[in-house]
Design a protein around this ligand. Structure first.
Ligand code: SAM
Ligand code: SF4
Length: 318
C-alpha cells in the first residue's frame, strides 16, 4: 500500500501521455503558439508500462490516461491493452476532448477500456469554437455518442466560464440527464497559461441550477474530487470544488508527466523523474523514487503560495 507523508492512502495514478493537444481551450492553454517537448524526451509506452507495473504492484488501483489530448498519441490503444492485460481489475479510464473518439472508441473498448471522462463545455457550435479556438462541436458529439453506443461508460466534464458558457449550465445538465451521463462542473482553476481569467464558483453554479431544479447535497464518494448533488428525480451531477478548504484532505492522487516526472500535487513545483531509473531497468530505484515523491506530497495545494508551480494543466493532465 502507498501512503503519503500525511497518512493518506494513494491508490490513483494519473498518466499524462502527451502535453500536445488539438484544441486550445481558453482555460488551459495560451493563445499564442509555443513549442512542445520534443518527442525524444517522452517516455516510450514500453518504459511507461514498466513504471505502471511498479505502481500497480505497490498499490495503485485506479489509472487515468490524460494529457494534453491522449488520443493524439500513437500507440495509446496498445498501452491500454498492456495495462488491462497486466491488471484486468484496475479501474482504467481516459480523459479526452473526444475529437478523435469516433474513430478510436471501438479499439479502445476492445483493448479493455471501460470508461471515459469527456470535456464538453458548450452545446453551441460558436461557443465551443470560441472556447477550444477551433470548430469542434460536431466531431466531439459524434465521438461521445459513438462511445456511448458501444457501451463505454461516460462522464462529462465542463468548466463554466463567466460570460462565455455560463448561460448553458442548465442546457448541459439536461443534455447529460437525458442521455443518462453524469456531468461534473469544474471550478476554473487559475493558472498563468489560461487566456480567460474568470470561472464560476460552486455556489454560483448551484444558484443557477437552483432556479430550475431543487437538489440536495449527496455524500462525497470515496476520494473523488467531485461533490455530488442529487435532483429530486434522483439524477446526480457533480461539482469539482478545488477552492473549498477541505478539497485536499482525502486526496489519493499522484501524477506522472509524459517525460516521466512524478508530481505529487498540482501547483507543486517539486517533482522527481523516474525516466533514468526505468530506462536502466532499475525497478527498485523507480519504486524508491515513487515513495520519496509521496513522502513529499503536500498536505494542501500550493495555490497562491510563493512556491506555487507554473506547470500547465496540459502538462500535468489536469
Ligand atoms: N484533453 C483532455 C480533456 O480536455 O478532457 C484531457 C486533458 S485536460 C488538461 C483534463 C481536464 O482538465 C479537463 O476536464 C479540463 O476541463 C480540465 N482543465 C483544464 N484546465 C483547467 C482549468 N484551468 N481549470 C479547471 N479545469 C481545467
Ligand atoms: Fe486540450 Fe484538454 Fe487543455 Fe482543452 S483542456 S486545451 S482539450 S488539454
Amino acid at each position: 500500500m502507498l501512503i503519503d507523508g500525511h497518512n493518506r492512502v494513494v491508490d490513483y495514478l494519473r498518466i499524462s501521455v502527451t502535453e500536445r493537444c488539438n484544441f486550445r481551450c481558453q482555460y488551459c492553454m495560451p493563445e499564442k503558439p509555443f513549442s512542445w517537448v520534443p518527442h525524444e524526451n517522452l517516455l516510450s509506452f514500453e518504459d511507461m508500462f514498466e513504471f505502471v507495473k511498479v505502481a500497480i504492484d505497490e498499490g495503485i488501483k485506479k489509472i487515468r490516461l490524460t494529457g494534453g489530448e491522449p488520443l493524439l498519441r500513437h500507440g495509446l490503444v496498445q498501452f491500454v491493452k498492456l495495462i488491462h492485460d497486466y491488471a484486468p481489475n484496475i479501474d482504467l479510464a481516459i480523459t479526452t476532448n473526444a475529437f478523435l473518439l469516433e474513430e478510436t472508441a471501438q479499439s479502445l473498448k476492445d483493448a479493455g477500456l471501460k470508461r471515459l471522462n469527456i470535456s464538453l463545455d458548450s452545446l453551441k457550435p460558436e461557443v465551443a469554437k470560441q472556447i477550444a479556438q477551433k470548430d469542434v462541436l460536431d466531431k466531439v458529439l459524434k465521438g461521445i455518442h459513438k462511445a456511448n453506443s458501444i457501451g463505454l461508460g461516460i462522464k462529462i466534464n465542463c468548466v463554466p466560464l463567466k460570460g462565455i458558457n455560463d448561460s448553458e449550465i442548465i442546457d448541459l445538465l439536461e443534455y447529460c440527464k437525458k442521455n443518462n451521463w453524469e456531468i461534473r462542473f469544474i471550478e476554473f482553476m487559475e493558472n498563468s497559461h489560461a487566456s480567460v481569467k474568470q470561472g464560476l464558483s460552486s455556489d454560483e453554479m448551484q444558484e443557477i441550477i437552483s432556479k430550475k431544479y431543487k437538489f440536495t447535497k449527496g455524500k462525497r464518494v470515496g476520494s473523488s474530487p467531485s461533490q455530488t448533488y442529487i435532483l429530486e428525480d434522483g439524477y446526480k451531477f457533480g461539482i469539482i470544488e478545488p477552492h473549498k478548504d477541505d478539497f485536499c484532505s482525502d486526496c489519493n492522487r499522484i501524477r506522472i508527466t509524459a517525460e516521466g516526472y512524478l508530481i505529487p500535487c498540482l501547483y507543486f513545483e517539486d517533482a522527481l523523474s523516474i525516466a533514468d531509473a526505468i530506462k536502466q531497468k532499475d525497478i527498485k530505484e523507480a519504486s524508491n523514487i515513487l515513495k520519496k515523491v509521496l513522502k513529499n506530497k503536500p498536505e494542501k495545494n500550493k495555490w497562491g503560495s510563493e512556491n506555487q508551480s507554473n506547470r500547465a494543466f496540459y502538462e500535468t493532465g489536469g
